[in-house]
Design a binder for this molecule. Structure first.
Ligand code: CAA
Ligand code: NAD
Length: 283
């Protein structure tokens, strides 16, 4: 199937990044968010990153202009009616996501493929909220999207081979590397990464070391580009907590219990970089 027009749902840090890479690869993109301020911020962030790419001479001013011309913000979900492909990047909550997919199933053309950028939630369950489960798939980008090469592609129980092949081809058109994974909680990336981040939070909770020292140990001692607490702030502590809860519920194993300190920070609204405070303070 030929994909020309794409809708990205959610203009937060992931949605804006996804919209940018699709537009840079030549697709026409509608960026949708239910919140006008988030939509505006998402478009501003894309503009800023493209300007930086121009300043670094990685793209020309003309390429920046063409990319922005392929991007249209919209607060109206029904604008999906002429899209061939949709990728959802709203909050990591199964009720919100199934509601979005059920609406999309009503408004999107019959041929359209519906993908979720979920970090951990079951694609099979998301697909079951539509009448086209064979055309629903997980397309899990990594943060920051313009930089990270991997896309985990998750097949739900009913995802068709044709849907998988179309999304594998799109991923390659974005100059990213697809890896196929089964529909299991946390897939591969977050099943491995998130328990490490949670354990790092436990070391702070138990007074073993300060956040700075935990990060220094992992950066200088194990060559991680960011320490786990800096990375948790970067991902968003709410997202980290939701993923741990999905792992705990999905496997029924207490080894995935979220650290109480993570829960408390989220309750306080300390969500990391996006809220200005997490394990560190941000301007
Ligand atoms: N958005 C877009 N581009 C960004 C960026 C952002 N938020 N942050 C950095 N970059 C770009 C910079 O522009 C720079 O590119 P140029 O050199 O071409 O200008 C490049 O990345 C390197 O940046 P810096 O030199 O400033 O900093 P760095 O060398 O420390 O790299 C990093 C930054 C790439 C983010 C690196 O620290 C890193 O790889 N961190 C770990 C990221 C990671 O693990 N991501 C996965 C998170 S888990 C996930 O995404 C799954 C999930 O479901 C939660
Ligand atoms: P975010 O909080 O930065 O952005 C979410 C956006 O979705 C917000 O702008 C919000 O206004 C919008 N939104 C919420 N409900 C909506 C709805 N019903 N309709 C339209 N817009 C809606 O979150 P994020 O970090 O971009 O994460 C988005 C998704 O991507 C989550 O499923 C998350 O698990 C996944 N993900 C996150 C990361 C990460 O590192 N943050 C990495 C990979 C995948």
């Amino acid at each position: 199937m030929k994909i020309n027009k794409v809708m990205v749902i959610g203009a937060g840090q992931m949605g804006a990044g996804i919209a940018q890479v699709f537009a840079q690869a030549g697709f026409n993109v509608l960026l949708h968010d239910q919140d006008e301020d988030s939509l505006h911020r998402g478009m501003q962030n894309i503009d800023k990153l493209l300007s930086r790419a121009v300043a670094k001479e990685r793209i020309t001013e003309a390429e920046k202009k063409e990319t922005l011309e392929r991007l249209t913000p919209t607060s109206e979900l029904r604008d999906v009616s002429n899209c061939d492909f949709v990728i959802e990047a709203v909050v990591e909550n199964i009720d919100v996501k199934t509601r979005v997919f059920s609406d999309l199933d009503s408004y999107a053309p019959e041929h359209a493929i519906l993908a979720s950028n979920t970090s951990s939630l079951p694609i099979t369950e998301i697909a079951a909220s539509t009448d086209r489960p064979d055309q629903v798939i997980g397309m899990h980008f990594m943060n920051p999207v313009p930089v990270m090469k991997l896309v985990e592609i998750i097949r739900g129980l009913q995802t068709s081979d044709a849907t998988y092949q179309a999304i594998q081809a799109v991923t390659e058109q974005l100059n990213k590397t697809p890896v196929e994974v089964k529909d299991f909680p946390g897939f591969v990336s977050n099943r491995v990464l998130m328990p490490m981040i949670n354990e790092a939070i436990y070391t702070v909770y138990e007074g073993v070391a300060s956040p700075e020292d935990v990060d220094t140990v992992m950066k200088l001692g194990t060559n991680h580009p960011m320490g786990p607490l800096t990375l948790a702030d970067f991902i968003g502590l709410d997202t980290c907590l939701y993923i741990m809860e999905v792992l705990q519920d999905g496997f029924g194993d207490s080894k995935y219990r979220p650290c109480p300190l993570l829960r408390q920070y989220v309750q306080a609204g300390w969500l990391g970089k996006k809220s200005g405070r997490g394990f560190y303070q941000y301007d």
